[in-house]
Design a protein around this ligand. Sequence first.
Ligand SMILES: [Mn+2]
Length: 328
Amino acid sequence: MKIKRQKFYENFKEQVNKFNKIILVPHDEIDLDALSSSLGMYLLLEKFEKEVIINIDEDNTELGVKRALQKIKKLNLNMNISKLDSIELTENDLIIILDFHKKEMAQNKDIFRMCKNIIIIDHHVESKEYIQNYILKYIDDESSSTTEIVYDFLKEEDIMLPSYIATVMLSGITLDTSNFTIKTTDKTHEVAAELTKCGAMSKEVQYLLKEDLHEYIEMQKIIFNTEIIDKIYAISVGKKTSIYTKEQLAKIADSLLQFDEVEASFCIGKINSNIIGISARSLGNIDVEKIMNKLNGGGHLTDAACQMYNTTLEKAKAELLKILEKMK
Ligand SMILES: [Mn+2]
């Protein structure tokens, strides 16, 4: 384990031991990484003989998450998963935030009022609007996924994973790395190999990651209208009449990087009626963080984004083009 992670883990165990009841909280629009890191954490804390509950409020989770939850129920894995309403949460309990650190990404913001003991574990690029007043925070944006981080802790405690949980964890990593193409290190492959040894089934991973055909077609339509600028920038713009999730914009930007000569990609789309989002990706030779900074956004060299208020898709695109032009 990395030194910094090892250090966090020592503190983590010390803190966790002060509490009896622990609520695991994945982000809203739960994806397979948020779910599988919660499942892994559940098994870890069970070993410490804690009362653990995973808080899932949404009925409308991603398709893969829905499939995984159904199967977990069917297999009688006896995991306590519950809506916030049904959890008796007091000030003496602990909540662990998994796969996010911005308040706005919570499923139910009431939880921060109900309990102030918070530990954050995430792999997203750190943002300024993080949740305040936590006991401990571990954010490693070099990690492919939150699942990869949590796996290290499970390994440390020699915890045997049920094969289906290993499968869901592998699908979380596969999702966040776009099939081991982005944010993937030797460590990521190691964890994937070990999950496979625990019985993770790649056929089942493929099943969990199956996409909705209509959504796929909608995304392909946007990609169909991609414009290539200066041979190296790919820019796609969403439909005026459609609202996209940030994940959808990111997914499109990710997939534009696979095309010949494209060094950086941008997907522009409405994320609600008066906010336009741009998701930017790069293979590493172009600093998309710098570009997004100029539009008041932020992120990483290879992975950044921004939001623009009260503007139009055309204007947003024109502003982006102006910045690209100046960079020559
Ligand atoms: Mn994630």
